[in-house]
Write a protein that binds this ligand. Sequence first.
Ligand code: GRF
Length: 217
Amino acid sequence: MAVTPIAVLISGSGSNLQAIIDAIDTGRINGRIVRVISNKADAYGLERARNANIPTCVIDHKAFDSREAFDTAVQQEIDDSGAQLVVLAGFMRILSAGFVRHYQGRMLNIHPSLLPLYKGLHTHQRALDAGDAEHGCTVHFVTEELDGGPLLVQAVVPIHAGDDATALQARVHSREHLAYPLAVEWCCAGRVQVTPQGILLDNELLPASGFRLPYND
Ligand code: GRF
């Protein structure tokens, strides 16, 4: 099967990017990152990409008059790179409808909650405030509804008595580094199909919550 060209969009540290780079290096993901694009010039993820000899590009959203103009520039860069799969890894921009439609069924995001719970920001504190027993992260396909697309993989973590948002975030973050490479691995292996009925993995319909990675310390 052909190697899937991937574009990764970041705004910050890029630890999920690193997890995907590592899984490509070990041969687990049959993909190649052809571009890392950041809207911030000082994102540490750019250094991770350079260390891995991946071409990088900074497109500063503040240099554009509108969201659409910024998205058009990003889209141009992705398409020029030849990427077939778009991976949002801590990319802190809301995307316009046209951009999302252009990558329908081939753009993934990771969100730090068990969607559909806690769309948006401050997910760890909100899970604590609600008194939840568990929390986690979700890899999902991106649709026009913010944090609302079909769910591919969820990784669950327990919430312990005495947890604060920082401790909980760290526990979730370490599971993101398992969930995202797994989702990208499956997509690059051609094992995932998005259908109107839901996501098929190896032609089997996944539950609406996606494939659940259990927690083991
Ligand atoms: C993660 O918490 C992810 O869930 C959210 O942005 C963060 C990115 O972290 N979408 P990193 O830059 O990959 O370390």
